[in-house]
Write a protein that binds this ligand. Sequence first.
Ligand SMILES: Nc1ncnc2c1ncn2[C@@H]1O[C@H](COP(=O)(O)OP(=O)(O)OP(=O)(O)O)[C@@H](O)[C@H]1O
Length: 779
Amino acid sequence: MDEQNQERLAEEHRIRNVQKEIDKVIQKLKTNVGEVKDRVLELRKNFWEDVTVNLDEPDDVIETQASIKQQAELLSERERSHGQWSERLKTLDKLKDNPYFGRIDFLEDGEKETDQIYIGISSLMDANEENFLIYDWRAPISSMYYDYPPGRAEYETVEGTIEGEIKLKRQFIIRNGKLEGMFNTGITIGDHLLQSVLGQNASETMESIVATIQKEQNQIIRNENNKILIVQGVAGSGKTSAALQRVAYLLYRHRQSLTSENILLFSPNPLFNSYVANVLPELGEANMKQTTFQEYLEKRLRESFKIETPFEQMERYLTRRFDGQYEEKMAAIHFKSSLTFKQLLDNFLDALSAEGIQFRNITFKGRVLVSKDEIYHYFYSLDSHVTIAHRMDEVCDWILEKLAEVEKTERQKDWVLSEIELLDKEDYAQAFQELDQQKNFNDETFDDYEREEQKLRKWVVRRRMNPLRRKIKRLQFVNVRLTYLKFYQEWSHYDFNQENLPREWGVISGQSIENLSRKFLSWEEVTPYLYVHDHLLGSMKDRGIRHVFIDEAQDYSPFQFAYLKDKFPSSQMTVLGDVNQAIYAHALLGDTVIDASHEEKMEKITLMKSYRSTKPIVEFTRHIVEGGDRIQAFNRDGKVPLLKIVSEEGHLSASIKNTIQELQSRGHETIAVICHSMQEAEKAYHQLQEQLSVSLIDEETTTFEKGIVIVPTYLAKGIEFDAVILYNASEHVYQDELERNLFYTACTRAMHELVMMSAGAPCTFIHEVPKDKYEVVKD
Ligand SMILES: Nc1ncnc2c1ncn2[C@@H]1O[C@H](COP(=O)(O)OP(=O)(O)OP(=O)(O)O)[C@@H](O)[C@H]1O
């Protein structure tokens, strides 16, 4: 038997041994889980039996409370153990199927023996708890697997740097517990394995890349020291994948202090949310919190405003529906996204500190209790060095005091008696119960009747005033909308504010006034409005979130990013994006977050290698964007992109149908017909649905399945398909520079094949690509 075969047998033998060990641990855990489960059920059933309930005396009440608390803590501790062990069982099941994917043999300097380090999704120790049979991929020592080829290597530990030599680096493919392949690898982690992973069909959900993380991606995953980490990565370079692995890494490294509840991911659209939902559970971790920026903002304003969504804005831009005011609208979007505008609002807020905030009257039963003028004067009588938000709190207390006075006089009014007479049985019962608790009611006293009436009066007035009190506590006496309107109506028109305003300010402010007056917020207005809102009322900072991840960050304006930094002051940020995929209107003229520079502790990592698409696709797409010559392709072969030209639009659908059938015959399962806008997508859907089974992805779509989907580019962001058909890449559809990015984003969704349809002459972006990088057919 040759050496290679012997090695293989030895590895197979080890796998079987490790599986036996896993079985033992599973057995032990199952017994524990069973016992704890029984105990939990028992505790729940007998909860009250084990609690001493005695409410006779105040001391007894306290004792009872303590007893309940103790019992509840015991129960929740058992439930927690049960939960953790069940999770561990799931991970062990996965380990049994695929115990590890890599091995390094490491000889530490000064040591005599080489250690064999086997790396998998989770650690496992032998029965004596002495040696690691498997190291978690996130353990410090495992980092060498991703960072070094055989030869000198080092890794960081809390005690310092450990140096030594990697004698061997090996990769395994183990499926269903069987060793299917093993290779000793050199510089990068198995081109071989990566080839096979990337060559597979697209799946409906993203998968973990733990076995094939590349060195430059590992830098992102394990980056710990910076407040802000910015990743500029070309399409398909693994930004999202690295971000999710990073979440898993952080959860592991800081497991004593960090949970998935402390991590928040901003995703580009609802579909993306579900697309990435499997990665962390696959790695045995709970999913972080996820939201879209739109959802995050909308939540706070939904009740007061109708809000334009970013997709609506995008759609209006793409279909040129800006009511004949294209230039002005673009200027408005651009300006309101900028830090210059934020500075203007800061100046405006400074001015508001001295005068100008708008208030609302406090009314009760149609009568003004505290007028807006009174509030105004009280507010501006307070120390102007105190922040606006703090002064608002003082005003709130002052109004509540006034309300307490009013409440007393109100009790004697006739309406109260009428209302008492109308109280139903439940109200009475509730009132008496509350009165009783206050111990102000006594069977022996002869003036009970009078007392009863007084108490009921008090109760009725309080009940009627409670909603008002709640509104006051929520600072609703501040009229944020009217205050904000003042910015457009007056403040920005004063001479000294004119300097930084765009030429089109007259139209822009007019439009803003109209929108605000009808309680409508355009997308570019939402963040500035909330910014002012928060500064007037006190921003509710989210200190529970310790890591914020922003994917597709090029779509955030500098103002939006500044807003997020302000909201999450205790948080580190991982900001991932690609300037070439910036498709929102504000990016056309200005910087995106990705290329903006920041003063804070920040690191920027650039990824230039694209893993998603075949080499011929990358060699085509990189010619579309500026600086594309630096984009590297992973060496995976495939067909060159195809440009199919039909003579007129009416012929598109028949040609697309044939193309889809050809693609399917070549084994592609997930095929996307990517459209310029939703309007075009609806048209395409209408044409194709009669001939094929297709589904349309819109703003509301949260999941997709294998098959043919029709989707506008902006909803396909971050997602990939076996094959992509561009619905119409004609010069009439893709024209300006932002559409260049749209076009690039659409083409780079393709993993294995790209077909561009064009009704008539194709867009200039295709002409810019050398002719040998694609094939042309006339249909
Ligand atoms: N190290 C890796 N091992 C295996 N697959 C990888 C690796 N890096 C990236 N990929 C694969 O490449 C594809 C693209 O990755 P991902 O979506 O994370 O890229 P991205 O940079 O976020 O792309 P985009 O900006 O275009 O949306 C995915 O299928 C991912 O699984």
